[in-house]
Design a protein around this ligand. Sequence first.
Ligand code: NI
Length: 177
Amino acid sequence: MIREVLRMGDPRLLAVASRVKDFHSGELKQLLADMRDTMVHLNGAGLAAPQIGVGLRVVIFGVKSNPRYPDVEEVPDTVLINPGLEALSEEVEEGWEGCLSVPGMRGWVPRWKRLRYDGLDEKGTFFQREVEGFHARVVQHECDHLDGILYPMRIRDLTKFGFNEALFPGQDLPRET
Ligand code: NI
């Protein structure tokens, strides 16, 4: 079912989400189905459960490569539950981000460049990955939602935060997460 995505200003986006404990109830399955439906409906590249008002540590993301955005690397379709993140170097990279909870805007956000993350998939199976660049950025953006952090809170130079049409007139932009 397509759910309403909460927008910045809603206090539920600022809450710290709880860990998932039960992987065998139908609830998690339903939540993931709703998250997928909502993300696809809004043409997003990622979504965190708190964005649809569910305070659980669950995120989904995935980006197919698209010749229109040669700078955007492919990210596999992933379900990540109870994630843990660890930077693999001190290196920070800045890049543009958009968020389904801050629609129509983009901001220039610093993120760890190289990252190891781990967590559980929808069946409760542990996995971990070492990633960098855009994949690392998407994971950090989504996991921030679980701690009540929205990307505008991380922007260092607020002159690089604005509406899509004003920042990038006439351009068609990569998807929001
Ligand atoms: Ni977001």
